[in-house]
Design a protein around this ligand. Structure first.
Ligand code: FE2
Ligand code: FE2
Length: 178
């Protein structure tokens, strides 16, 4: 077993954060689904799968490096919302928090002189730029829409907001990405 560093402990914790983000996005998607806002629901169902894949990429990497880990439970998620803008604000805040965590991971890898892990975290840094930007766009649209929630639906129908598609540079997920 390779020597463990602060980076490894942080990465292990990050699995929980990614699974919590997955669960939070399911809660958000289900809320939109119940409000008959199918495009918003679809957007967040898809986001939830991405978070799950992030967690499984980290699981794969820990296995590849022969570092011990366990599959964690998740933190509590929020389900009480009044209007779409509440959920999108929460999603944006979550993405900003994760960006901070990923930056900390990158710095920890660098501090440990662990170049492989630095390289591994680079993809996640780029991914966070995209996810924060996507959520910022969605929030601007929701703010503009005000009470008229269907304007957000129309926008999502017209334009692929944060449409990622296949990404050949993505790290491998344990069991394969969904
Ligand atoms: Fe993520
Ligand atoms: Fe994310």
């Amino acid at each position: 077993m390779a020597t463990e560093t602060a980076f490894v402990a942080l990465l292990r914790e990050q699995i929980r954060h990614e699974f919590t983000a997955h669960q939070q996005y399911i809660a958000i998607a289900a809320w939109f689904d119940q409000q008959d806002l199918p495009r918003l629901a679809a957007h967040f169902y898809a986001q939830s799968v991405e978070e799950r894949n992030h967690a499984m990429m980290m699981v794969r990497y820990l296995m590849d490096r022969d570092w011990h880990f366990q599959i964690p439970g998740v933190d509590e998620v929020r389900n009480d919302f009044e209007e779409p803008v509440d959920l999108i604000r929460l999603a944006l805040a979550q993405e900003k928090t994760v960006t901070g965590q990923i930056e900390t991971l990158f710095r920890a890898a660098r501090a440990a002189g662990d170049v492989l892990s630095e390289q591994f975290m680079l993809w996640f840094l780029r991914e966070q730029v995209e996810e924060v930007s996507t959520m910022n766009t969605l929030l601007a649209i929701a703010d503009r829409a005000g009470e008229d929630w269907f304007q957000i639906e129309d926008h999502l129908a017209r334009e692929a907001v944060g449409d990622t598609g296949g990404d050949a540079s993505a790290p491998t997920a344990a069991g394969g990405a969904l």
